[in-house]
Design a protein around this ligand. Structure first.
Ligand SMILES: CC(C)=CCC[C@@H](C)[C@H]1CC[C@@]2(C)C3=C(CC[C@]12C)[C@@]1(C)CC[C@H](O)C(C)(C)[C@@H]1CC3
Length: 644
């Protein structure tokens, strides 16, 4: 049976700066569990598969079963008083609310680990898993890193989530299944359906650029069919240049970096019989007759969220026809060599500062292997593959990050404190407090080993730490000394340093370049990715964190904090939409954004009575309340920028 392991690890090459605190990964243990335990898991799996078109989300049942097994009180019910079952009268409601909250807290405490976090599934983006499987396949580690149980779970996951409306997940998932051992016609017609869908949509030449790159690495697409990803851009002078990749949003540049290395090397994995077969399976024409130059511009209409402007295509033409051929010949090839060396240095830097977790996973691993298949760096990467994989009743998936540990703990602490029942659940807070303390540098989204601090994660971490510091020691732990003032000061310094001139906060860094760079966004699937934009969520969190800090520690950098808050408020007001809402980028969507907008303004001292923005925002929320009394929204709001 599968077992979730937390905060541990002793794999060869594993590096950690904090003893692996917060690490979460799954291991298969053939001897684990009683026949009943296994039957329960099997039932959950079948239930998911049977209902997969109705309920698309899994519910982390494998983890919950495990916690229930390990923690005997987890299954105990707290009985609600009769009042809850019958219609609750006014005097009974307070008690009912309390009991309900207690039940929720009790349940929640059973999901917490000893070192204070709540492990969880952070799966979602389907396009990442194929990269991992292709990366392991071309470097020859697929069977070692993903033994048969892993492969089985990944296959289940892909079949469980099979739809037929996007080329990259369809084509990449098809290829992944083939690499994991599925035959052309396996899956009770599923493989054939996928293939037919791809061929009916013009064949795999219509895959967007992200997929073209991965298929080229695998050897079933020619590098000539990719637009040039020049490593030379990394040699441009940083200070004068708005198009230096160092000025891009960190996620985009950390993907561009290894991609430019692979492109410059035109790296292709071993051409096996399976690779040759895939070349036959996915094209309308025989492979050697495909006009690769023409395929560079092809993209299925289903995938075209961000169509390239003409100026971008002109640029690609010029790079492809003039610049790239020149850079392959002497003397310009010397520049190429230098650029590739610089790129590799940056890759090693990112590897080391993230303990090989990286924020653009897998690509760096392939580059390290290309540089030296026996390198220690490659082995270190292998030790981190499992940090990205998660198993639930829908199978094994790849996460977009190594988890959401700190983010979840910070909000959990705030929620627990909001119940006012902390006396009873102090032990949960003690553990969470420890985790927050052990995770600080600034604060990251996941674990300190990940190494990248985020503006709003730092702000939410600070908020939680400050709130805990106001609690009596016997509740949040006598032995736990609240964060020393200088550590709190460091968090404040980080936040202050991340405010842009217009008052807004971006996600990881100051905004370093201009929105017009979006003209050169090569990814057809994603919009607004070229620079780190300022967001209502990040700005609001920063205001909230600073405001609370100033209340509790009024003497430290108070003028700067006041100025920062007031600029932040102006920024939030400036991006409110005419209907009173805010567009939220990191949750779904207008309701989420508006929550942050209002919280930010309130933290900045504004009220319903003196602030027009808050009144408009309340009107907006009231107008969107659903019949049931709740609020809900479709993910389509995010895509269409209108509430759905
Ligand atoms: C192309 C590749 C490698 C994709 C990996 C996906 C990442 C780009 C996504 C996955 C999770 C993700 C949405 C996240 C964020 C940025 C983009 C991420 C990392 C951040 C950190 C931005 C700031 C946000 O307020 C918040 C902290 C909630 C999120 C967390 C998740």
């Amino acid at each position: 049976m599968w077992k979730l392991k937390v905060s541990q690890g002793n794999e060869h090459g594993l590096k950690s700066s904090n003893n692996n605190i917060g690490r979460q990964y799954w291991e298969f243990d053939p001897d684990l569990g009683t026949p009943q335990d296994r039957a329960r898991v099997e039932l959950a799996r079948n239930h998911f598969t049977d209902n997969r078109f109705r309920t698309k989300q899994s519910s982390d049942l494998l983890m919950r079963f495990q916690f229930a097994r390990e923690n005997s009180s987890a299954g105990d019910e707290i009985k609600l008083p009769a009042a809850a079952a019958a219609k609750v009268n006014a005097s009974g409601i307070e008690e009912t609310v309390k009991v309900t909250l207690r039940k929720a807290l009790r349940f929640y405490s059973t999901l917490q680990t000893e070192d204070g976090f709540w492990p969880a599934d952070y799966g979602g983006p389907l396009f990442l898993l194929p990269g991992m499987v292709i990366g392991l396949f071309v470097t020859g580690a697929l069977d070692i890193i993903l033994p048969s149980q892993h492969r089985q779970e990944i296959r289940s996951y892909l079949y469980n989530h099979q739809l037929d409306n996007l080329i990259p997940p369809t084509a990449l998932s098809y290829v992944t299944l083939r690499l994991l051992g599925e035959a052309k016609d396996d899956g009770d017609g599923a493989m054939e359906n996928a293939r037919n869908w791809i061929l009916n949509h013009g064949g795999v030449t219509f895959i967007p650029s992200w997929g073209k790159m991965w298929l080229s690495v695998l050897g079933i697409y020619e590098w000539d069919g990719n637009n040039p990803l020049l490593p030379e851009l990394w040699l441009l002078p940083y200070c004068l240049n708005p198009i230096h990749p160092g000025r891009m949003w960190c996620h985009s540049r950390m993907v561009y970096l290894p991609m430019s290395f692979l492109y410059a090397n035109k790296f292709v994995g071993p051409i096996t019989s399976l690779v040759l077969s895939l070349r036959r399976e996915l094209y309308l024409l025989p492979y050697h007759l495909v006009d690769w130059n023409e395929t560079r511009y092809l993209c299925a209409k289903e995938d075209l969220y961000y169509p390239h402007p003409i100026i971008q295509d002109l640029l690609w033409e010029c790079l492809e026809k003039v610049v790239e051929p020149a850079l392959q010949k002497w003397p310009f090839s010397k520049i190429r060599k230098k650029a590739v060396d610089v790129v590799m240095q940056h890759i090693h830097y990112e590897d080391e500062s993230t303990n090989y977790l990286c924020i653009g996973p897998v690509l760096n691993m392939v580059c390290c292997w290309v540089e030296d298949p026996n390198s220690e760096a490659y082995k270190c990467h292998l030790s981190r593959v499992k940090d990205y994989l998660w198993v639930a009743e829908d199978g094994m998936k790849m996460q977009g990050y190594n988890g959401s540990q700190l983010w979840d703990v910070a909000f959990s602490v705030q929620a627990i404190l909001a119940t006012d029942l902390v006396d009873e659940y102090g032990s949960m807070l003690k553990k969470a407090h420890c985790f927050i303390r052990n995770t600080q540098g600034g604060w990251p989204f996941s674990t300190p080993d990940n190494g990248w601090i985020v503006s709003d994660c730092t702000a939410e971490g600070l908020k939680a730490a400050l709130l805990l510091s106001t609690m009596p020691c016997d509740v949040v732990g006598e032995e736990i000394i609240a964060l020393a003032p200088d550590r709190l000061h460091e968090a404040v310094n980080v936040i202050l340093s991340l405010q842009n001139n217009n008052g807004g906060f971006a996600s990881y860094e100051l905004t370093r370049s201009y929105a017009w760079l979006e003209m050169f966004n090569p990814a057809e699937l994603f919009g607004d990715i070229m620079i780190d934009y300022q967001y209502v969520e990040c700005t609001s969190a920063a205001i909230q964190g600073l405001k609370l800090f100033r209340k509790l520690h009024p003497s430290y950098r108070s003028k700067e904090i006041e100025a920062c808050i007031s600029k932040g408020i102006n920024f939030i007001q400036s991006i409110q939409r005419p209907d009173g809402s805010w567009y939220g980028s990191w949750g779904v969507c207008f309701v989420y954004g508006t929550w942050f907008g209002i919280k930010g303004l309130v933290a900045g001292g504004r009220t319903y009575h003196d602030c027009d923005s808050i009144r408009k925002a309340c009107d907006f929320l009231l107008s969107k309340q659903l019949q049931s009394g709740g609020w809900g929204e479709s993910y389509l709001s995010s895509q269409n920028k209108v509430l759905f």
